[in-house]
Write a protein that binds this ligand. Structure first.
Ligand code: ASC
Length: 150
């Protein structure tokens, strides 16, 4: 009983410390993790994009729900760019590790804009949402331009 309680506490502590301390047994696990996070991000960002570009009608609730998800997902990939994860099934460029400070700036910018996008979506104002979407998409693009292979 006591043991079960302790391991529950341990598991809870581990879960709470994620993603900063995300542990990956193998480099390919880290690569799979970050690609999964980006795949989910693209899916939810795509739903926002459809509304921002008029391909779907603007719906404040849908925008807010998806933007919240993007803001949360935006925190996840970065802990999975550790040492030794530059090789394998990845489009990650060597510059990520060679220009680590710049990569961090880019990832911080995306996270900050994603939070602003979620706030803008919450206001229900379509113009504010569109402007924040464009700003966030710009951070995706500039990071991809510098740090992701085609
Ligand atoms: C998306 C998506 C990206 C970004 C980027 C923004 O919807 O999948 O990678 O937006 O195209 O410029």
């Amino acid at each position: 009983m006591k043991k079960t309680f302790l391991s529950t506490l341990t598991l809870a502590a581990i879960a709470l410390s994620l993603p900063a301390a995300a542990q990956f047994a193998k480099p390919e696990d880290a690569i799979k993790y970050r690609k999964s996070a980006f795949t989910l991000t693209a899916a939810h960002f795509g739903r926002l994009g459809a509304m921002a570009t008029g391909k779907a009608p603007f719906d404040a609730k849908i925008a807010s729900d998806n933007a919240d998800i993007v803001a949360n997902l935006s925190k996840l990939p970065w802990a999975a760019f550790g040492e030794g994860t530059d090789m394998g099934d990845t489009k990650a460029k060597a510059e990520i590790w060679k220009q680590a400070a710049s990569f961090k700036e880019h990832s911080d910018k995306f996270q900050a804009e994603a939070v602003k996008l979620a706030a803008a979506a919450k206001t229900g104002k379509e113009d504010a949402f569109k402007a924040a979407f464009t700003a966030t998409a710009g951070t995706c693009k500039s990071c991809h331009d510098d740090f992701r292979s085609k």
